[in-house]
Design a protein around this ligand. Structure first.
Ligand code: UDP
Length: 342
């Protein structure tokens, strides 16, 4: 029988790519998103790619009545919880907004799941929960660390809330997915990352420089203790990440307890390597200069993804070239993002 899965934050960057993979795997998908940081056009684009239009509820997941209404209309088999504020810098300026919104959404969702007897949840967590100063690569057996910003704490605290809820309800199945650095876009060029305002993250900034929306990239620091002096990260293609969610929901269904998985490639690349690869693959020059370090950046961060391979049968297969090519294809086709189209 067809399973129905709710994706909160379903029109966002990772949510939309996961929706495509899930539909293609035969799931029925329900999207909930208040559109505070995404576009309604994503629903059309998902339909264009898959030939199937997902159900869409333009609601805030922290709104109890709106979420109850959704749960009473849809017979859900599970939830993937993406919804949340995600701008690291902004979280430092507005910490209460971040705690209220991100923790409020997680708790509201758990309350309504409990009320309607929905027992499977996959949570969108982050490598940021490992905190500072750990040994690389990160393994799931390492304890969560001291986060460097409120955004990171909301992920760490949500993991704790979900873990405690699972301990109190032996029927609950919780899968915590710790993402490393998701970049790239669907190869169709129809969905991709569309940040509001000046991008905080490396790849959308690089892509906007390439398409002429920004003059040059500032590389934050060249004096780190790394091979070329710039920071290294575990960049993962968003379609590989989406496939990880398909595996995670299938794994989570029908089991009990908490399981945590890193979703990364296991191979770090430096900022300079990313910029050079993007320029080579796109054939477009990306002007850059070195600037000072950005507060809170770790020199190195990468995953040991072995557990996801062993337990979920998942492995990230796409290369840095694939990530750059697909990010560029999205940016070139949608120079001003979703709202820029006619
Ligand atoms: N970065 C940079 N310039 C930018 C944005 C990011 O040099 O305009 C660097 C940043 O210092 C980090 C890497 O790119 O080393 C990835 O940053 P991003 O914000 O994409 O992800 P994070 O690893 O911080 O979550």
């Amino acid at each position: 029988m067809t399973k129905t899965i709710l994706l909160t934050g379903g029109t966002g960057f990772i949510g939309s790519h996961t929706a495509v993979e899930m539909i293609q795997e035969g799931y029925r998908i329900v999207l909930a998103d208040d559109l505070s940081n995404s576009s309604r056009k994503v629903v059309d684009r998902i339909e264009e790619i898959t030939g199937t239009r997902p159900a869409f509820y333009p609601i805030d997941v922290a709104d109890r009545e709106a979420l109850r209404d959704l749960f009473s209309r849809e017979r859900l088999d599970g939830v993937i919880h993406f919804a949340g504020f995600k701008a690291v810098g902004e979280s430092t300026e507005k910490p209460l907004d971040y705690y209220e919104n991100n923790l409020g959404a997680t708790m509201n969702l758990l309350r309504v799941m409990e009320e309607f007897g929905v027992k499977t949840i996959v949570f969108s967590s982050s490598a940021t929960v490992y905190g500072q100063g750990g040994l690389m690569p990160c393994t799931e057996t390492m304890p969560r660390g001291v986060c460097v910003n409120p955004y990171g704490w909301t992920k760490s605290m949500s993991e704790q809330i979900l873990t405690d809820a699972s301990a109190a309800d032996p029927d609950l199945s919780v899968v915590l997915l710790r993402y490393f650095n998701p970049i790239g876009a669907h190869p169709s060029g129809l969905i991709g990352e569309d940040p509001q305002g000046i991008p905080n993250n490396l790849m959308p900034f690089v892509a906007q420089v390439a398409v002429g929306r920004r003059e040059e990239l500032t590389i934050f620091g060249n004096d780190y203790d790394t091979p070329d002096g710039t920071c290294r990260r575990d960049y993962i293609h968003v379609c590989d990440l989406a496939e990880g969610h398909v595996k995670a929901i299938a794994f989570g269904e029908g089991r009990k307890g908490v399981e945590v998985f890193n979703l990364g490639t296991g191979t770090p690349y430096s900022v300079l390597e990313v910029v050079e690869t993007f320029a080579r693959v796109s054939g477009v020059s990306v002007p850059w200069r070195f600037g000072p370090r950005r507060a809170g950046d770790l020199p190195d961060l990468w995953a040991d993804p072995a557990k996801a391979t062993e337990v979920l049968g998942w492995k990230a297969g796409r290369t840095l070239e694939d990530m750059c090519r697909d990010a560029w294809n999205w940016q070139r086709n949608n120079p001003r993002g979703y709202e820029g189209e006619e």
